[in-house]
Design a protein around this ligand. Structure first.
Ligand SMILES: C[S@@+](CC[C@H](N)C(=O)[O-])C[C@H]1O[C@@H](n2cnc3c(N)ncnc32)[C@H](O)[C@@H]1O
Length: 318
């Protein structure tokens, strides 16, 4: 646009007028509610796969549960489409669940704490930013008195400023990703948090292991469950699934398949994502097992590039 405008003076005048109008519009913006989306960057997040997952979901509205919440890409999408009559969200991650509750219930206090982190962090040079990051990282909730809001602000700050924006804990449940050195990591993101706050109103958010799912589903009359567990590794070198301080073993995958069979017997529809391998296919033999093509991620073959198939298991067809 600027090049064309220089060659044609009349267009330049028009462009100037339009820019004035745009500037005026910006001063008084129309009411705008952002579409809800994950407010945490999460390894294994399903954001990019939504166009492939949406057609696999049941039609219409339903009472919903998601036992491996992570960033909650599928929940937020369903909420944005007004498909949920009720939602139950669970994860084992203590910090994750706490942060979701704080976004739901205490947003103004959270925004204030994040603003304080951002002001401090952005005012420092690169070296001091790293020092600040490690000071926040080392101040672990297990060792220091910390209210829920401070704990949530700590998680969001670390998630936005760490290398690659992930949440990774060691075996003792301590976040251990290194500093990321991003020029402007966007620590507050008030619009995103406001949209998530609205989407989470009335939602039941619990710290729970997936093995507790059938009882919760029964109590809350859930009709459809989306399950996105840590993927079964395709090779021993690709077994990164330590979101919450523990590994998700083959035994856990087998117990999860039992949970799905229980849901099926209860008449509850489920859709499950996992890596495409014989072990997973055997666990879900008898159900509808399809594949979708996903961009290669940290969970997939460490020795190959390009896209990989993931399995999608369902106990219903649309
Ligand atoms: C692949 S991620 C989910 C990603 C999510 N679908 C998204 O779009 O961001 C798997 C999640 O399972 C959680 N998790 C691991 N073991 C679990 C368990 N035993 N019970 C419940 N959640 C568990 C992890 O904390 C992690 O958040």
């Amino acid at each position: 646009m600027p090049t064309t405008a220089r060659v044609l003076p009349n267009s330049q005048t028009l462009l100037d007028k339009r820019q004035v109008q745009v500037r005026r519009l910006r001063v008084v913006p129309p009411p705008h509610v952002a579409r809800p989306a994950p407010f945490l960057k999460w390894v294994g997040g399903k954001g990019k796969l939504l166009p492939l997952l949406r057609p696999l979901m049941p039609q219409g509205k339903f009472r919903y549960a998601e036992p491996f919440l992570g960033g909650g890409a599928v929940f937020f999408d369903l909420r944005a489409e007004d498909r949920l009559e009720h939602a139950l969200l669970c994860d084992v991650g203590r910090d994750l669940v706490g942060a979701c509750r704080v976004v739901r219930d205490e947003l103004p206090a959270l925004l204030a704490r994040l603003q304080a982190h951002e002001t401090h962090y952005l005012s420092e040079n690169e070296e001091n930013r790293a020092l600040y990051f490690y000071a926040v990282r080392n101040r672990h909730p297990a060792d220091f008195a910390m209210d829920d809001v401070e704990r949530a602000a700590r998680m969001l700050f670390l998630n936005r400023t760490c290398f690659n924006g992930l949440w990774r804990e060691n075996r003792s449940g301590r976040f251990n990703a290194p500093h990321g050195r991003y020029a402007n990591p966007g620590i507050v993101q008030a619009d995103k948090l406001q949209a998530a706050h609205v989407a989470l109103q009335g939602v039941d958010i619990r710290q729970a292991d997936f093995r507790a799912l059938p009882e919760l589903v029964q109590d809350q009359r859930v009709e459809f469950v989306y399950l996105d567990p840590p993927y079964h590794p395709l090779s021993t070198t690709s077994s990164f699934n330590a979101y919450s301080g523990g590994q998700f073993s083959g035994k856990a995958q087998a117990e999860l398949a039992d949970v799905c069979r229980r849901l099926d017997r209860m008449g509850v529809r489920f859709l499950l994502s996992n890596s495409d391998c014989g072990f997973v296919r055997d666990l879900y033999a008898g159900f509808d097992v399809g594949t979708i093509r996903a961009a290669r991620s940290i969970n997939c073959k460490a020795d190959s590039r390009g896209d990989v198939d993931e399995v999608v298991v369902r106990n219903y067809v649309n």
